[in-house]
Design a protein around this ligand. Structure first.
Ligand SMILES: *[C@@H]1O[C@H](CO)[C@@H](O)[C@H](O)[C@H]1NC(C)=O
Ligand SMILES: [Zn+2]
Length: 269
């Protein structure tokens, strides 16, 4: 493998979060020092799209934008299930930036009970995911997928829609369901919070290294609960994967970066 492969790709992070407004340059510098060569910056709603595009222009060839509408939306300090109206507002902006993005995301299903007021909420989430899967197919881009308390419904819907390129981030479902995704060719990205999650450790044991990518989900899912996570912590995830799989750290770096570049076909280091 070429020299460009030696480094980590953080396949899912929220670098546009306000948590990074004050010290972004330092956060980026520290991630480079830790061996990160690219960040895939995901969006949750249309209000973030322009900021993410701007960041990708400020850090060209390092921050790669990924635009989409998340199944859970913030509104007036609370969280609610997504609606098709949320998507309607986002699609024109997403299309405007289509040449710049490496994936559609963060999209998916979140069936956490407190976000679901009725069964219609689940159907709306499915519809929003379906339509974004169509956009991804049309643009020949992968999906960057969130699923919480919805592992099986997410994998099954993606399969039903004929999705072939997807990254399941911080997957919280059963390994047996994840393996259905592996048979479909999906990648699974592992965050630093694996060090405190039995479920993620079991998942990594079952997943082939050929289907594993690395992520941080910064500022969430860090090694320590309630502490701001940063892309430099990708090493924590990599080291843990190396331990669980019984392979060298170098091998984990090479294979996960190879997997990420295969998935994000527009990402050029
Ligand atoms: C993005 O950059 C443009 C051009 O520099 C600027 O006008 C705009 O305010 C920026 N938007 C955000 C959300 O940062
Ligand atoms: Zn996320």
């Amino acid at each position: 493998m070429g020299a460009s492969m030696s480094g980590y790709i953080d396949c899912h992070c929220h670098i546009s979060s306000e948590d990074f407004d004050k010290d972004l340059d330092e956060v980026i510098e520290n991630s480079r020092k830790a061996g990160v060569v690219a960040l895939v910056a995901v969006a949750e709603h249309s209000g973030e799209f322009e900021k993410i595009i701007n960041l990708s222009q400020r850090f060209p060839g390092f921050i790669f934008p990924c635009l989409g509408v998340h199944p859970v939306q913030q509104e007036k300090g609370t969280q609610r299930s997504v609606t098709t109206q949320d998507l309607q507002g986002a699609l024109p902006i997403l299309h405007k930036y289509r040449e710049h993005i490496v994936a559609i995301g963060e999209v998916g299903l979140d069936f956490t009970p407190r976000f679901l007021v009725s069964d219609e909420d689940k159907e709306a989430q499915r519809e929003v995911l379906r339509r974004q899967a169509e956009v991804a197919k049309h643009l020949d881009l992968p999906l960057n997928v969130h699923s919480r308390s919805a592992g099986r419904p997410t994998i099954h819907l993606l399969k039903e829609l004929g999705v072939q390129k997807a990254l399941l981030h911080a997957f919280d479902g059963k390994p047996s369901v994840a393996l259905e995704g592996v048979r479909q060719g999906f990648m699974f990205s592992i965050p630093p919070s694996i060090i405190r999650s039995d479920q993620k450790q079991r998942l990594v044991k079952q997943l082939p290294l050929e289907n594993i990518c690395l992520e941080t989900d910064s500022p969430a899912l860090g090694p320590e609960k309630q502490v701001r996570n940063e892309p430099q912590n990708i090493c924590v995830a990599a080291e843990f994967v190396s331990k669980v799989k019984g392979v060298s750290l170098e091998r984990v770096m090479e294979q996960t970066t190879h997997n990420a570049l295969k998935l994000f076909n527009n990402l050029r280091l």
